[in-house]
Each structure stands twice: as structure tokens, then as C-alpha cells.
Design a binder for this molecule. Structure first.
Ligand code: FAD
Ligand code: DLZ
Ligand code: SF4
Length: 524
């Protein structure tokens, strides 16, 4: 983060605190404990929240994502008003809505003549740059406060990263365990191990009693938003209805409580599993709530630890879940701010293929890809392994431009914001950063998907065949990927073995692999 964008550390006691302030709240800042609200006075200051056309189209977000966020924003405005705040809420179709953050702040400044602006730092580089321009544009002091909803402050992450050759998540995570005291017995990890991932690789079986996330019937606020989005975003990707997300803090907490009671005990075991017709399995389906501020990351981790200590969930589930939040979630945010803005254009493998059209339509004969994209269209949700090992791996093997893929992930998931999506896509899934984030490319043949899912049983392709028209496309593309990139990945000890295996194939088998891969790619 450049010093111009770095948040100031002053808060409620700052010299300007006695002045009338405009508190600008961004759409993913729907938390009463937000630093900007902490630095304001409800008796004197005014809050601004705005629905903005530019934010819905900088990538064309899934209709359900926009409806979710707008409804959550409207409910949050009501929550603030009920708590005594004066809130200017600008709906998307309000007369004069300029459609962008700077335009709406300028209109509010003209209307209310505040003496200063206070805002919590933005989650995305793009928006942070806008905030950095407000002071000059408005001719007012602008105080940008740190986002204290994250557990690891950005300067702490930078200090951790400073001077390290490798920024491995596992070591960061251990520091975060010590920092939070989560699952710690004194200075030792509970259960004697930091990480129980080795127990978390089971494939699931269809089960009539599989828990499903609760569905919340749209209230009148949500119904208004659904009508607005249907009208204004008709050409965006995704099904708007049925709509069942929680849009209030209370309902998001109920959804999380249902997860802890019903799904968390098996979350660890089946974290990597995939099943036809089961989009959610034992996942929490809460990232959309965490990322817009309806749920608090530390609070959900403490709740999971309580469930473990009370004997309701096993250690591999509790540890696995807590690692995703205080480990991966905080770590990718740290990487994002450490490496932006250049990170967004990382492309070490020099992949340039346009994103295949079936990422938007779901129309492909590959059962695994079809299932992942179809449920994405329906629910604005796919779980981690579908994102990483199905749509992500296919794009990696096919050599899709990582930036085009990044824009796809950013637009189609209800939980997608650039700070979390970009490192997961560019770093973890596409290895486009050359291994800063992932220790090896997540390239895999169809065998992995076959082991972790029941997709292959219904697929028109044969997962056991390597080449030819019936063969699973992941197979030839996998070996072709190894051959194409041996110069860049062969030095990685975890990939060197695969390069050696490829080298042992007879020459005519290598030729068939190249031919099959070329035929698949030509069809894309
Ligand atoms: P669960 O599987 O139940 O996990 C619990 C929580 O852990 C999640 O809600 C999330 O907050 C956190 N978490 C788990 N894995 C990660 C991770 N790798 N990085 C950060 N947090 C994690 N997550 C997002 O929140 N937004 C994104 O835009 C996003 N894009 C992704 C793109 C790709 C290519 C990949 C491979 C992963 C992406 N993830 C993203 C991470 C992960 O897939 C989602 O967090 C998860 O699927 C959300 O569903 P859930 O709430 O059911 O998670
Ligand atoms: C994602 C999003 C969308 C779709 N719409 C809005 C909006 O209308 N108003 C708003 O304040 N925020 C929106 N957001 C979230 C912003 O894009 C988000 O605040 C930034 O991505 C974080 O920097
Ligand atoms: Fe996917 Fe290949 Fe299995 Fe078909 S055979 S579902 S394409 S992994």
C-alpha cells in the first residue's frame, strides 16, 4: 500500500472530532463496530450509503449478488437509524444518483456542508484510489481509518512478510493462532498439532439427511430490491430467484448457528468432496456474510471453538474451519495489499486464451464443469474445491488468461471482492504469481475429480482414458500442461516427478497427448 493510501491511525480522539462529519459507508462495510462509526457521533454526524451503478458493472456482478448486497445495505441503514443515526440512503434509481462513490460523496458534501469526511479504508485497490482522491476533490479533510474487522492489521502482515523468501500460509496461520489464542493450550496447539488437514480428504456419499443452509423468505425490502435488480440488471449473469440469502445480521447469525449445529461436525472430513445435486455439502456458506460485514470473523471462530470445547464437534472440523478464517482469509488479504496493484496482471505462465463461453452458459459435456457452473448460476455459490479443482484447474490446464478468469470469479460469486478473490484466482488457482501463494500449480487430471466426487459416473467422457474422443479432457490437457510448462515448473520438486513420468511415456503416446489436447483446445 502506498503511503498516500495508507489509513491514518487517528480515531475518535482526533482533533477534528468536534466537527460535523460525513461518514461514508461502503457496501461491504455493514458492521455496527466499523471504525468510521466508532469515530463519529450519532447526535451530530451524518452517514451516507449509496447504491451505485458503477459498482454493479465494473464487473457485471451476478444478479443475486447485487440483490443480496443492496438488500443487506438497506437493512443496515434501517439498523443504524433504529440506533439513532441520521442516514442518507441513496437507492440505485434515486433521481440524481451519479452512479459512483465520488459523485455521491460530492452531492452529499454540497447538500450538507460537513467539515470533514470519515471513512473506513476500502477493501479494493480500485476503490482505495477513489478515496485517496476525495480530499483534493472535495476540498475537505478526509480521514481514512483502518478496517479493524480484520484480525491481522496490514502493518503486522507487512512486518511478517518482510524479509521472508517464502510467504507460506501455514507459518502465518500459526502466528495468528498465537495472536488470537484460538485453539491454544498455553503456548501449544490444542490436540498437539497445528493442522489436521490430513484427516480432511474423504469423499462424500449421497445422503438424504445432508444439512442444507437455511432459506430466508424475502421480506418487502428484499422484494423491492429484487424488482429493481430484475429491471436494471436483466442482462447480468445468474438467476435472481429463488432468493434465500440472509440480509440482516440476525438472520446471518441464525444461518451460522445452523451450520455449527448441523454441518460443522463433518465440515473437516468432507471439505474436499463434491456431489451431484449437493451444492453446499458440509460447507458454511457464510463468506458472503463475513465479507460484507454481517458476520464478524473472530466471533464466528470463537463460536466454533466453544462448540469444540463443549464436545459438539471434532478437532479436525474446528481446526479446519478456524484455519480457513484466521489463516487463509487473513493471509490472502495481506498478500493482496502487499502486492497490488501489479498483482492483478500477474501471468507467469503467459496464458492468453479467452475464457471459454461455457463459463457463462454452463453448456459443456464435462459433467464436473457443468455442475459447478450451473449451481454458480443458480446460487451465486460454489464451494472451494469446485472453484479450485474444477473451474480453476480446467482454466489452468487450458491456458486461460488469468485476468479474464479473475473477472469471472469476481462477478459470479456472492462472496467475491477483489481482496479475497484475486489472490485465490491468480495465485492459488492459476499459479500466475509463480508460486508466491501456492507451493505448486493446482494442475490435476480427471483422477482427482473422480476420487473426490461422483461426477465422472454420469459424464459422457471416460475418466480412465488419457487420449481420444472419449477420454476425459482433463487427462490429455494435464499431460500437455506438464509438457508445455516443464521449463517453468520442472524445478518445483512437487512437479518434477510428473515431468519424469511424462518423459517415460513412449513417443507415440506423447504425440497422442499433444493431438488430443490440441483437439480439445481447438473446440474451446
Ligand atoms: P467454507 O468452505 O465453509 O469455509 C469457511 C470460511 O472460510 C469461508 O466462508 C471463508 O470466509 C473462509 N475461507 C475458506 N477458504 C478460503 C480461502 N481460500 N480464502 C479466503 N477465505 C477462505 N472466497 C471468498 O470469500 N471470496 C471470493 O471471492 C473467493 N474467490 C475464490 C476464487 C477461487 C478461484 C478460489 C479457489 C477460492 C475462492 N474463495 C473465495 C475461497 C473459498 O472458495 C470461499 O471462501 C468459500 O468457498 C466460501 O464458501 P463457504 O462460506 O461455504 O466456505
Ligand atoms: C459489490 C458492490 C456492489 C455490487 N454495489 C455496491 C454499491 O452499490 N454501493 C456500494 O457502496 N458498494 C457496492 N459494492 C461493494 C463495493 O464494490 C465495495 O465496497 C468495494 O468493492 C470494496 O472496496
Ligand atoms: Fe470431469 Fe473428466 Fe470426470 Fe467428466 S470424466 S466429470 S470431464 S473429470
Amino acid at each position: 500500500m502506498s503511503s498516500a493510501l495508507a489509513p491514518s491511525t487517528t480515531g475518535a480522539q482526533s482533533p477534528g472530532a468536534a466537527q460535523r462529519q460525513l461518514v461514508v459507508i461502503l457496501g461491504d462495510q455493514l458492521s455496527p463496530a466499523l471504525s468510521s462509526l466508532q469515530a463519529a457521533d450519532k447526535a451530530r454526524d451524518r452517514v451516507l450509503i449509496a447504491e451505485l451503478a458503477d459498482e454493479t458493472t465494473y464487473v457485471r456482478h451476478h444478479k443475486k449478488k447485487i440483490a443480496f448486497l443492496f438488500s443487506a445495505m438497506r437493512h443496515f441503514a434501517e439498523e443504524l437509524r433504529a440506533a439513532g443515526w441520521t442516514v442518507d440512503y441513496v437507492p440505485l434509481d434515486a433521481p440524481g444518483n451519479s452512479g459512483n462513490f465520488t459523485g455521491e460523496v460530492a452531492r452529499a458534501v454540497a447538500a450538507h456542508q460537513p467539515e470533514r469526511i470519515v471513512v473506513t479504508e476500502a477493501g479494493e485497490w480500485r476503490v482505495a484510489q477513489m478515496l485517496a482522491g476525495w480530499q483534493d476533490a472535495m476540498g475537505l479533510p478526509v480521514e481514512i481509518l483502518p478496517d479493524t474487522r480484520f484480525i491481522c492489521p496490514l502493518p503486522v502482515f507487512r512486518a511478517w512478510a518482510d524479509g521472508r523468501k517464502q510467504l507460506r500460509m501455514e507459518y502465518f496461520y500459526r502466528d495468528m493462532r498465537r495472536r488470537t489464542g484460538l485453539l491454544m493450550d498455553g503456548d501449544q496447539p490444542t490436540g498437539g498439532q497445528w493442522n489436521f488437514d490430513a484427516e480432511n480428504r474423504k469423499s462424500a456419499a449421497p445422503d438424504l439427511f445432508m444439512p442444507r443452509p437455511p432459506v430466508f423468505a424475502p421480506d418487502s425490502v428484499t422484494q423491492d430490491v429484487l424488482a429493481l435488480v430484475a429491471q436494471r440488471c436483466a442482462d447480468h449473469f445468474g438467476d435472481l430467484e429463488p432468493f434465500g440469502f440472509a440480509v440482516t445480521r440476525r438472520d446471518a447469525e441464525a444461518a451460522f448457528a445452523a451450520f455449527v449445529a448441523r454441518a460443522l461436525p463433518r465440515f473437516g472430513d468432507y471439505q474436499d468432496a463434491m456431489l451431484i445435486g449437493e451444492p453446499f455439502l458440509y460447507h458454511a456458506v457464510i463468506a458472503q456474510y463475513l465479507n460484507c460485514g454481517l458476520l464478524d470473523p473472530l466471533a464466528v471462530c470463537r463460536e466454533v471453538e466453544r462448540a469444540f470445547r463443549a464436545g459438539h464437534v471434532p478437532i479436525n472440523a474446528a481446526e479446519g474451519f478456524i484455519r480457513q478464517i484466521i489463516g487463509w482469509r487473513e493471509y490472502v488479504r495481506g498478500i493482496y495489499w502487499l502486492k497490488m496493484p501489479g498483482y492483478a496482471r500477474s501471468n507467469v505462465l503467459e496464458h492468453t486464451r479467452p475464457l471459454p463461453e461455457f463459463y457463462w452458459t454452463g453448456e459443456t459435456e464435462m459433467a464436473c464443469v457443468r455442475a459447478s457452473i450451473t449451481q454458480t448460476r443458480q446460487h451465486a455459490y460454489a464451494h472451494h474445491i469446485q472453484r479450485l479443482m474444477v473451474t480453476g484447474t480446467f482454466a489452468l490446464l487450458a491456458g486461460v488468461d488469468p485476468h479474464a478468469l479473475h473477472e469471472w470469479y469476481l462477478s459470479v460469486y456472492a462472496d467475491a471482492y477483489e481482496w479475497v478473490e484475486l489472490p485465490n484466482t491468480v495465485g492459488m488457482s492459476q499459479f500466475a504469481d509463480g508460486g508466491l501463494l501456492a507451493s505448486k500449480p493446482y494442475a490435476a487430471s480427471g483422477a482427482y475429480i473422480n476420487r473426490m466426487s461422483n461426477y465422472c459416473a454420469t459424464c459422457r467422457f471416460d475418466v480412465k482414458q488419457r487420449t481420444g474422443p472419449q477420454a476425459c479432457p482433463f487427462n490429455a490437457l494435464y499431460w500437455d500442461f506438464i509438457a508445455r510448462h516443464r521449463g517453468k515448473i520442472g524445478g518445483n520438486p512437487r512437479m518434477a516427478q510428473m515431468v519424469r513420468t511424462y518423459d517415460k511415456f513412449a513417443e507415440d503416446e506423447q504425440g497422442r497427448i499433444a493431438q488430443s489436447a490440441a483437439a480439445i483446445l481447438a473446440k474451446l
